[in-house]
Design a protein around this ligand. Structure first.
Ligand code: GLN
Length: 541
């Protein structure tokens, strides 16, 4: 019988519900249970694909081409899962389905209501994930904060699930901020108490409460949370600030949360084995070296815009026992102050991430040119790949004003152009080339050495690609396209063989990067940055 854990949040958003949910999953997984995770996003967008990363953080892409909330990335990284589109449920998706059924006449003349029709659709979607994943435990994180208007139908649906699935098969976890006052160093539980009251008003009594606070909560705070939350003191846990978020399952397990959750759900599980995870964490916490990376991007002001990329760089670092210090550089600043590009000399590597639209592209290309001319290790991802092609076309092949038609539709040399199937696409949502596609890597290239395989599946999210009309001139001038799609018509990776490390990919290796198993392209980049810093010959891989 599948069991359900529901995670709600209180006081304010961004208290780390995603990390907590992933950590609970980890504690169960290391006790031999099969888990899966659902993220509920109460916004009216159908998916995260149309949302601005600068406001909402990055769009995470699943193997099956879902454009999802970034929390799915945390679930995948912590639990080493490959989730699907269906693991992200939004208000838009739920209402779209209900309204489509209404238009079809499926409701036979009845009045269509939030309860039961919308709530039934929500429960149906949660149960579908339970079925298709064949998990023992389905964790569902309800986005937003308890009390938000848009979250109410979801909370009502999970309230009903206790009645339908049974007490022993459902568990409510509530996480809320416990601030510490600067002046008195006092831990304040009142906001948390209010959020628990709000949850109860909706009809949900939490089974366990997790206090999110800067430091381990004291006995007094714990007593109050238990008393006002109407739960035993042994059901209160604390997620305090740690150096690496990958430590969170370890600190919660130490407090007994893993055992508590298992017992409450009626499992007699073998003891946990967090040994392997501990080793991964140790590699992150005890680096022997350090490299400095310049990330030249357009959304540099919000680090969540590049969260999977940050993590992939750090996974690569951990595999080389290296701390990766990332400096975010606004690409536009390099356009306004071109002399600043020489600041890149101070870095061990230059990284150009994904992006959309013309803003900042000239700055990114200036950074790529500088890295290429000064042989600074370079990694470009998606837009970073396309801009590396444009920079090479302009400055090495002499194709003046070469560009992408995304940036200049009238460029005399559109070396990057819309994919044929993208022409005429009007809808923005879910219409890019998305998800995992096969990439063929040519033997005796850096790409092949990095991946050590001839065929890999990597995730994509783009509308534009290398224009085949320019292949010959690019190749003749020394640009090697080492990875291609199965039909050979889409360029997937590029490299400059005579450089120390100059590599870029149309795909996004970061989405499949895991702590302890870094994405090969990210690992290769960090390894090259480190070797070059240490004055070693270029790595062979
Ligand atoms: N804007 C480019 C495209 O649509 C690159 C996309 C990306 O970097 N994810 O092809």
């Amino acid at each position: 019988m599948v069991k359900y854990i529901f995670v709600t949040g209180g006081v304010l958003s961004s208290v780390g519900k995603g990390i907590l949910t992933s950590s609970i999953g980890k504690m169960l997984q290391t006790r031999g249970l099969k888990v899966t995770v659902i993220k509920i996003d109460p916004y009216v967008n159908v998916d995260a694909g149309t949302m601005n990363p600068y406001m909402h953080g990055e769009v995470y892409v699943t193997d099956d081409g879902g454009e999802t909330d970034l929390d799915l990335g945390w679930y995948e990284r912590f639990l080493d899962l490959s989730l699907k589109q269906e693991n992200n449920i939004t208000t838009g998706l739920v209402y779209k389905a209900v309204i489509e059924r209404e238009r079809r006449g499926d409701f036979l003349g009845r009045c269509v209501q939030i309860v039961p029709h919308v709530t039934n659709e929500i429960k149906h979607r949660i149960r579908t994930v339970a079925k298709t994943s064949s998990a023992d435990v389905v964790l569902t994180e309800v986005g937003g904060t308890v009390g938000d208007i848009e979250g109410l139908p979801f909370l009502e649906a999970i309230r009903q699930m206790r009645l339908e699935e049974g007490f022993e098969n459902t568990l409510y976890v509530h996480v809320a901020l416990v601030p510490v006052l600067d002046v008195t160093n006092e831990m304040k539980t009142k906001p948390l108490q209010h959020s628990v009251n709000e949850l109860r008003r909706i009809g949900i009594q939490p089974d366990t409460i997790v206090a999110r606070s800067p430091m381990m909560i004291d006995a007094e705070a714990l007593r109050k949370i238990a008393l006002f939350g109407t739960i035993p003191e042994g059901a209160v846990f604390c997620s305090y600030n740690v150096e690496s978020i990958y430590q969170v399952p370890l600190i919660l397990d130490k407090q007994g949360m893993g055992d508590f959750v298992c017992k409450r759900l009626g499992y007699t599980c073998p003891v946990q084995d967090l040994h392997e995870w501990q080793q991964v964490v140790n590699a992150i916490l005890k680096p022997e070296h350090e490299v400095r990376i310049a990330l030249v991007g357009k959304y540099a002001g919000l680090t969540d815009s590049y969260v999977s990329m940050n993590e992939a760089l750090r996974h690569g670092g951990a595999a080389c026992r290296t701390r990766v210090c990332i400096t975010y550089m606004e690409a536009e600043k390099l356009e306004q102050n071109p002399e600043c590009v020489s600041d890149l000399k101070a870095f061990n590597g230059v990284f150009v991430p994904y992006g959309f639209g013309p803003r900042g592209t000239e700055g990114k290309m200036a950074a790529i040119k500088f890295a290429r001319e000064n042989d600074i290790p370079f990694l470009g991802i998606c837009y970073g790949f396309q801009l590396a092609v444009i920079e090479f076309a302009r400055n090495v092949c002499g194709l003046k004003d070469a560009n992408s038609t995304e940036i200049n539709p009238n460029s005399p040399h559109p070396v990057i152009d819309l994919m044929p199937e993208q022409r005429g696409v009007e809808y923005k949502g879910a219409t890019m080339r998305l998800g995992a596609h096969k990439v063929i890597l040519e033997p005796n290239t850096l790409a092949h050495n990095l991946y050590k395989q001839e065929e890999v599946y990597e995730r994509h999210r783009h509308r534009f690609e290398v224009n085949l009309d320019y292949m010959e001139v690019l190749r003749k001038n020394g640009l090697c396209f080492s990875g291609k799609s199965t039909d050979g018509r889409r360029m997937e990776t590029l490299e400059l063989p005579n450089h120390y490390f100059f590599f870029a990919s149309q795909f996004h290796g970061e989405f499949k990067s895991r702590p302890g198993r870094p994405s090969p392209e990210y690992y290769g980049f960090i390894r090259a940055c480190l070797n070059k810093k240490l004055g070693k010959p270029k790595p062979e891989f």
